[in-house]
Design a protein around this ligand. Sequence first.
Ligand SMILES: [Cu+2]
Length: 384
Amino acid sequence: MRQQYSVKPCSESDVKHTHSPASSVVRYYISAEEVEWDYSPNRVWELEKHHATEEDSPGSVFVGRGENRIGPRYKKAVYIQYTDDTFRTQTELQPEQLHLGILGPIIRVEVGEEVLITFKNRASRPYSIHAHGVVTTDTHTPVQPGYMTEFRWEVPESSGPGVSDPNCISYAYYSTVDFVKDVFSGLLGPLVVCRQGVLQRGAEGGTRKRKDVEREFALLFMVFDENESWYLDDNIRTYLHTDPSNFTMDDNFIESNKMHGINGKLYGNLHGLTMSNGQTVDWYLLGMGNEVDIHTVHFHAETFTYKTDSVHRADVFDLFPGTFQTVEMTAGNPGTWLLHCHVADHIHAGMETTFTITEKTSRAPGIGGSISTLLLPLLLTVLH
Ligand SMILES: [Cu+2]
């Protein structure tokens, strides 16, 4: 279901120039690397939540190991950020990046800037890095294993937030040598385009935080179909100790490879979604995948706003493959709360995690304060 279209150049006099030369260049150094990914390092939360044992948990199909089930670990490819083009030192992972899971770093850029991506392919097959929303040239070009290429993304005004949008809007970047297989193999990340003046100055790449909100989180709701990964044969070899050419893939095996993740983690295994009471929080919600990837993102105990022609309030947002949305929240109700896809089948399959809102750290200690700090999360767990 695809087609090409072309835009013809017009004579220079007809062109209404919509963008001027880039005001500054933002550099990112990103590699593609193969890793052993664990969708579910810990099953305690899963078994408690579903009142189950490993024998009867709905999660055992996906994260349990068996003769015909690969289990929670798969070979995958991920984007990793480095400090410079020697690709020797990875950018230090800050606590606020922990929640990204399988996603590459958040690439942040302001309208009028240019993103210069130095991409090194450290994987064993050709990959690329291409982005939604911005003006890219040649980014579909496969980069062969061991090679490094520089890509330039322009960010004209038409890539940025519209008049009634939030200050930063969400897109995604991913590998497109074979879009379907590359993405199911793990290569994608969030791209955030902001209005001018919203990002902190003077810092390189991933450390450019926003000035206008206190916390930012990017969440990808997608069923990683491991049957479509480039590494399916490797995974059969490694985890089933079987020669893939002699292996019969029955329906149970195929089902067991559909990993219903939030940032590639299942059943409460996505950590780092922590904020304080009263903080302003922007969530960059990303949808990707197949026809099963209709996800309804539900936050317990909180509401958020999203903007179209006006501002709307909700606690569920719907995502489809290839749709991205920034929703905005002021964190309230301290406690640890559920965040999950509301599609019933996806809940059973593990598309759920928790987020935590702590009491304000600056709060003066007192007897009343400490009691409410202790009791409030307990009292509020009955709310939905
Ligand atoms: Cu879902």
